[in-house]
Each structure stands twice: as C-alpha cells, then as structure tokens.
Design a protein around this ligand. Sequence first.
Ligand SMILES: [Zn+2]
Length: 324
Amino acid sequence: MMEKGLLAHAYLLVGASEAGKDILAFSLAKLLLCEKPHFGKDLPSPCGSCSGCLKFEHQTHPDLVILKPQGAMIKLNQIRDLQRALSFSPLDSQRRVCLILEAQKINLPAANALLKTLEEPPGGNHLILTATSARTLLPTIVSRCQVIHCEGLSVRALIEQIKEERLCHSDLAQFLACFSEGSISKARDLIEQDIFSVRENLLEFLKSKREKALFMLFVLSKQISNKRENILLAVQVIRTFLRDLMMLKEIQGKDRKEQKELGVQILFNPDYENELQAISHRFSSQNLAEYCQWLDKVEWLLDRNISREFLAESALIFWIRKRR
Ligand SMILES: [Zn+2]
C-alpha cells in the first residue's frame, strides 16, 4: 500500500495485550518516517541510517507524536493538543505519524473530538491507534479507521505451549487457549486470576433455577465488583458460554459425525458441552445475540465512571430477565 501511495490515513490495530500491536505500530511509524525505505520482494523496511531513522531510534523525531492515557484515561485536552499539532505541516519529513496507544481508554468527550480528526486529518498526517478490541471503541471511530487484527499465536500453538508449561490440566487447555487470544502471557495471567473458578461459578449461575439464580446474582456481583478486571473477566467468560450456546443451537438435530464436521470440537468450553446442551432451550438465538450486545455495552461502560456494582449486576441480570 505504501509503495503504491495507497496508505489509509488512520489504522486501528486490535488484539490482546502482547499480541504484537505496539511492535507493529512502532515499526509502521518508523517505516513511514524513513527517508529511503527499502521495497523489495519481502515486506518493506526502513533503511536504518537516514536522519529520519536515526531520530526515530533516539526518540527525538519531531514528526512522531505519541499519545497514551494520562492516568486512567485519554482525555479531551490531550486530543485538543494533538489537533493543534496536526494543524501545522510536518517539521522534518513529508509525513507526521501520531500513535494513539490503548485507545480503548479514551473518554467520551475525547472520543467525540477525535472523530473530527479521524474523518479528515490535515494532509501528511497518519494516525495509528491500538486497542484491545474494536468493541471497546465508539463504532464511529472504528468505521473511520482501517482495522488490522493482530492475532498472536494460533489456538493450536497456544495449546501446545500451555501443555508444555503445565499451566492447567490438559482437558482445560482448549478453553484457556481460546480465551487467551493468541497470547501466552495472557494465559499465565488468567491462571493467576483463577479463571477456572470464575467459569465454574458463572456456569452454575446459568444452570440454576430462577430463585437460586437471583440469590447467586447478588453473591456473584458482590464478588466480581471489587475490581474492574474481575467484571471484565466475567463478561468475557459469559460471552464464551453464549457463543457456545449459539453454536450448539446451530448444530442441534444433526448427527454426531455432521456435528464434528460443523465444529462442535471448536467450542470454547468443550468440557461443559453436556451442561450447556441442557440449558440451550432456555434462550432463543435472538436472546443470545441481544445478551451479547448487552455485554458489549457493559464492557464499554466499564471505563466510564459508572458504579461497578451496578455494572456487575447488569452483566448478570439479563440472563434472569430473558430466560424461559
Ligand atoms: Zn531511514
């Protein structure tokens, strides 16, 4: 794209932590600021010796702007400063590159201000955003960027690695691998967070009759609302159950061989297949899809100063309200 002069003015790199987003963002920035990039048969690369490359290496390039959260959030004044910087021509090279790291932490006023810049950045400016997931951003921001998914390791490679490091029992490796989004360090963190107990409790909640589920809702939401990360983890685990329930509905009535071909073996929670099968009638496919959208909202609101207890309860109550 660069060789043909077809670069987009805004890229959004999404992927789990340590899936390689930052490395890609900085490599792309260096390439864009290099005065004599090499275009060969392989991927283009910066020359490493021009003044652009040297300034980049010494972190003194005047046309590289790096914006990341100040404290917990990216705030409006930071975006205003960025807009001011962009209104001047690049100082040293033909282009200016702005990296907006951890863009999922942008607050709402800042996000709205950024929209204008993304729509029509002044000529010569390239914006590169990184975020853990496109779901955590305003859809209007995502639609103005070219999205690149950084996927990290494949599930199969990750399962091998998990087994080698003996992070969990081999029956549980598939869930851990699917859940870790290509990152072995995320898999290790999840074990630290006791992911399997979280999953067991949430499945128990989904399986329970209405009265017990109501009781569990209060106990569970108290447990998970102590930390933002715990709510996020619960939301993501519930999403894997919903996804598996959708898949099970899809393959219902088909014989085992056909099911295998259609991918029952790629359930996130293959060890809970029977339990999930038993509750799959409680939700229509539409309810499942709505619940997923509901969880997207909860996840989005998590970074936006809303009471954690309220969000923890919201994440769970949908199931009780809509189940048959
Ligand atoms: Zn160079």
